[in-house]
Write a protein that binds this ligand. Sequence first.
Ligand code: DAH
Length: 339
Amino acid sequence: MNLEEIESQAKQDLEKVLNLQELQQVKAKYLGKKGYITLALKEIAHIPPEQRREYGAKINRIKGHLEALFKEAEERLRKAEIERELLASWEELTVSLPKHVGAIHPISQTLARIKEIFLTMGFSVEEGPEVELESYNFDLLNIPKEHPARDMQDTFYVNKEGYLLRTHTSPVQIRVMLSQKPPIYMVAPGRVYRRDDDPTHSPVFHQVEGLVVDGQANFKHMKYTIEVFLREFFEREVPVRFRASYFPFTEPSAEVDIGCLVCGGAGCRVCKGGGWLEVMGCGMVHPKVLENCGIDSELYQGFAFGMGVERLCMLYFGIDNIKLFYENDLRFLRQFRWS
Ligand code: DAH
C-alpha cells in the first residue's frame, strides 16, 4: 500500500469501529509498533535522499491526521459507553409505580384524628414512656399497693424493681403535672399493656388520656369537652350519656356511653342489646392526685378522661374483631387506603 492507500484504508476501518476495544485494534494496525505508518516511517531509510524530505513531510501529515481522527473517535466512543452504562442502570420512576400502595394503619389514622381534634381545641399533645415507674402508674394516681384496682389492670412487671409496662396512659398526667404549671390542657396518646388476651382484649392496645387543670375547670366543662370531641370524631350528632362510676384518681367519676351506632339504640349484637356503647372513663381529678403532684387543690381543679383507641376505631370504621388490628392481613389493611 502506498501512503494514500494507507490513509484511506485507515479511515474506512475507523468508520466500522463500534467500541473502544475495536478502536484500539485499528489504532495498533496503523500507529502501533508494527503498524503501517510506523513501518512506512522506517521505510524512509530506503528512499532516495532527494525525496526524503517530501516523503517525511507527507507521512507526518498523514500520521498527525490519523492521530487526530483516532483521538476524536476515542472520545466519542467513551461518551457513548458512559451513556450506555447510565441507561442500563436507569429506573423509570414516574412510569413503573409500585403495584401495591400501602395504607396507614387504621389505629394510626384514628390516633391522628383524635390528636387533630384536641389540637384544634387548644390542647397540647404529650408523651410518656411505655416502661413506666410503678409509682407513676399506680401510687401517685391514688392506687396504693393492695388496692383492688391493681387487680383490675393485670400488670406486666419488668426485671427492674419499681418499673412496669404502663397499664394505662394516666401516668402521663402525673408526668405533666409534675413538670408543668397549670393551666394544663393536654392529651397523651400511646400504647399500653395488660395481661389480657381474649377475643375482645389484646395484651397491647392504645389509649388517649386527657387532662385539664385550671382554676375553674368543672364537671360541665368536662362534659362539654367530651361531647364536642365525640361529635367531631364520629362526624355526626351522637347521643352521649354519663354514667356514675369509680376510678381511684377521679372523684366523682363517670363512664361515657354513646348511643349504639349500629342499631341507633334499639339494641343489637354490638351493644349487646343495651342500646349504648361505653367509649371512655372520666372524672374530676382527685384532690389527692393534684396534691401528689404539688398542685394546690384549693386553688385548682381538674378533669381527666381516658379512651380506648381500638374501641373508637372499631366503632368508626365498623370493625367487629380487635384481633384484625394486629394480624397484618393485607386484605384487611388495604381497605384503609385513602385513595
Ligand atoms: N386509666 C383508665 C383506664 O385505663 C381510664 C381513665 C378513666 C382515665 C378515667 C382517666 C379517667 O383519666 O379520668 O381504665
